[in-house]
Ligand binder design. Structure first.
Ligand SMILES: O=C(O)C1=C[C@@H](OP(=O)(O)O)[C@@H](O)[C@H](O)C1
Ligand SMILES: C=C(OP(=O)(O)O)C(=O)O
Length: 430
């Protein structure tokens, strides 16, 4: 499906979709429990449906996961049973990583696969950790990529792994480690990238009564812990998704755009508020009310370290292309290991729209002063974040921008185009 976006303005109030990261974790944490947990305001999207499928494959039940669900109910599997079939993680890295560690607790073997994008992403350090803990974890092609074959049962122990490939490996081991006999200690050999995502995990686990430790150079979780959220868990709004809405406001608000559902949480991507402020946007965050208001503002280029916030890179690249001066996105190498290589994808697609960029292995610089965005046909690369970022660029490009692969927003923000259109943007899908 293509999205055609004309140069246009947005205004009014929009509501942030629920957090993908918290929803994945809540569904799986409820799965590790023994009773029933009601998850209020979950994100229902292609990725979170993949985690729900996995929980069912391990013997849990997920009820009411329809597109308009205000709540879903998860009956836990407690101890995972061996799935009766291959588990399809679709496009979701979070599902594949988190569920690999679940599979390591089961007696038999679990086969995990996904779409072409997911089957090209790295899982090697997590597979090595499961093997070090006494489990079995193999990539069928021996290249660290899915399909994966994983089995246990692992009782726990101590492992060492790099921190610069994916924080999801740490999340996976912490979540499963609580249900192992002896617990898991994780030593990190290199600096942890995407660190706030482990804090999201720790915050959610605490809400499910599971204790974890952050020892500075590593993490630990005691074994034999019970997952219990007291029957109910409420998902906060998603700051990665909010970044597109705020970017739309900063670049194209008629008067002002207000985003609701933006309460503080452990999400590193809430840094988008401070970054926009630093770029010169007129922005105000009422934390208690969970609302952010932003006015259309002239922006200046800044340097941003995306080590903690990889998912913001596509949004920030677009803001940089519309800003005055140079925007340097640094510490970005891990952003290449996502649904697509997002550093290279944003460099190429923004260039196709008339931006001037310099791509390096671990950085992307956008020369705003030499960039005049023009409508063009661009490729969303089958990646929800590239599609959404390019659509926002389309709001301020001269003429019409056609983004191919618009349907991929289904991964994290199914209502994205409807919400933009409701806010007044000139959007059509065909
Ligand atoms: O744990 C999570 O929910 C996520 C962690 C991050 O991945 P990495 O830790 O692989 O960088 C992030 O990019 C992804 O969108 C969601
Ligand atoms: C990288 C992402 O998710 P995942 O790793 O779950 O595929 C994302 O949502 O940008």
């Amino acid at each position: 499906m293509n999205a055609d976006i004309g140069s246009s303005r947005v205004s009014g109030t929009v509501r942030a979709p629920p957090s993908k990261s918290y929803t994945h974790r809540a569904i799986l944490a409820a799965g590790y429990g023994d009773g029933t947990t009601r998850i209020e305001r979950p994100l229902v999207s292609a990725d979170t449906r993949a985690t729900a499928r996995a929980v069912e494959a391990f013997g849990g039940r997920v009820e009411g996961i329809a597109d308009d669900s205000e709540r879903i109910e998860v009956e836990g599997f407690g101890h995972p049973e061996t799935p009766a079939d291959v588990v399809d993680c679709a496009n979701s890295g979070t599902t594949m990583r988190l569920v690999t560690a679940t599979a390591a607790l089961a007696e038999g073997l679990t086969v995990l696969t996904g779409d072409g994008s997911l089957r090209s992403r790295p899982h090697g350090p997590l597979l090595a950790a499961v093997e070090d803990l006494g489990g079995r974890a193999e990539s069928t092609r021996a290249n660290g990529q899915a399909p994966l074959v994983v089995g246990g049962p692992v009782d726990g122990g101590r492992v060492s792994m790099p921190g610069d490939v994916s924080s999801q490996f740490v999340t996976a081991l912490l979540m499963a480690g609580a249900r192992s006999e002896a617990g898991i200690e994780i030593d990190l050999e290199t600096e942890l990238k995407s660190a706030p995502y482990v804090e999201i995990t720790r915050e959610l686990l605490a809400d499910f009564g599971v204790e974890t430790e952050n020892g500075g150079k590593g993490f630990a979780v005691a074994g034999g812990q019970a997952y219990d959220a007291g029957g109910e868990y409420r998902v906060p709004g998603d700051f990665s998704s909010i970044s597109y809405l705020l970017a739309a406001g900063a670049l194209a608000a008629d008067d002002e755009l207000t985003v609701e559902g933006a309460r503080p949480s452990a999400q590193g991507d809430s840094a988008i508020v401070e970054i926009l402020d630093r770029m010169g946007a007129e922005i105000a965050w009422e934390r208690d009310a969970g609302t952010i208001s932003i006015a259309r503002s002239p922006l200046s280029g800044v340097e941003i370290d995306v080590g903690d916030t990889p998912d913001l890179l596509p949004t920030l690249a677009v803001l940089g292309a519309a800003a005055d001066g140079e925007t340097r996105l640094v510490n970005a190498e891990h952003v290449r290991y996502k649904e697509t290589d997002r550093v290279s994808a944003m460099a190429d697609e923004l260039e196709a729209m008339g931006a001037s960029v310099t791509e390096r292995e671990d950085s992307l610089t956008i020369h705003g002063e030499d960039s005049a965005l023009q409508g063009a046909r661009v490729d969303g690369r089958g990646d929800h974040r590239i599609v959404m970022a390019l659509a926002i660029a389309g709001l301020v490009a001269d003429g019409t921008t056609t983004v191919a692969g618009a349907e991929h927003v289904d991964v994290s923000f199914p209502d994205f185009f409807a919400m933009l259109a409701d806010a007044g943007a000139d959007v059509s899908l065909d």
